[in-house]
Write a protein that binds this ligand. Structure first.
Ligand code: NI
Length: 215
């Protein structure tokens, strides 16, 4: 009976830990155990994650140290020569949360910035076709029609809410990355998809295996 009481107490403490941070056990594992350059989920092996709808970060996650670690690792992953992308969404590192990093072509120095709980409020203008690729769909590229103008709402890492208009290539990146949060990939929208031979050759140079702790 005493042991049963102990077990119940331990379970209560464990549940409390989860509730305090707000992250799931899987999310904590990914954030803590990933190298600074994270494993990037790919189709079709990781379709369960890439095709899921992601959920918002709650107040606890927004204030957590884990969020800062995750943002730093996502930044390092996006800018690593093995990936070299212009944007990344959290499902691409195994986390089904509404957060993306985008390279801002419309700002001086093209900074890569994080956007939390992001949503596209509206899209307008004449849709234009353009080439796209995705770190999670190697080694393909495709031609996708996107809007040139959007309005987005999001939180900055310090929790400040922002609404802004974005135009041009940055707007296209936002549309691609926000699609990831709803389980949509550019290949779903593309008019044409083709193999990028240079990318295929490049991928053979790097290791892309899942970490052994990955589920
Ligand atoms: Ni992508």
């Amino acid at each position: 009976m005493k042991n049963l009481f102990k077990i119940i107490c331990l379970l209560a403490v464990a549940a409390g830990c989860t509730a305090r941070s707000g992250w799931t056990a899987w999310e904590q594992t990914v954030i803590e155990r990933s190298d600074s350059v994270m494993y990037v989920t790919v189709m079709p092996a990781d379709s369960a994650i890439l095709r899921a709808t992601s959920r918002d970060l709650g107040p606890k996650e927004l204030k957590s140290a884990e969020l800062q670690t995750l943002l730093a690792k996502m930044y390092r992953t996006l800018t690593d020569p093995s990936q070299d992308g212009v944007g990344i969404a959290a499902p691409q590192v195994g986390i089904n949360r509404r957060m993306v990093l985008v390279m801002r072509y419309d700002k001086p120095g093209r900074p890569i910035e994080p956007y939390l709980n992001i949503k596209i409020d509206s899209l307008w203008g004449q849709k234009n076709p353009g080439p796209e690729g995705c770190l999670s769909v190697p080694p393909y590229r495709g031609i996708v029609q996107r809007y040139p103008n959007i309005q987005i709402s999001y939180l900055k890492p310090d929790g400040t809410p922002v609404t802004e208009q974005v135009d041009g290539y940055s707007a296209i990146i936002f549309q691609h990355e926000c699609d990831h949060l709803d389980g949509i990939l550019y290949i779903d929208r593309a008019d044409t998809v083709y193999i990028n031979k240079a990318w295929a050759a490049e991928r053979e140079e790097f290791a892309y295996e899942r970490p052994d702790w990955w589920k």
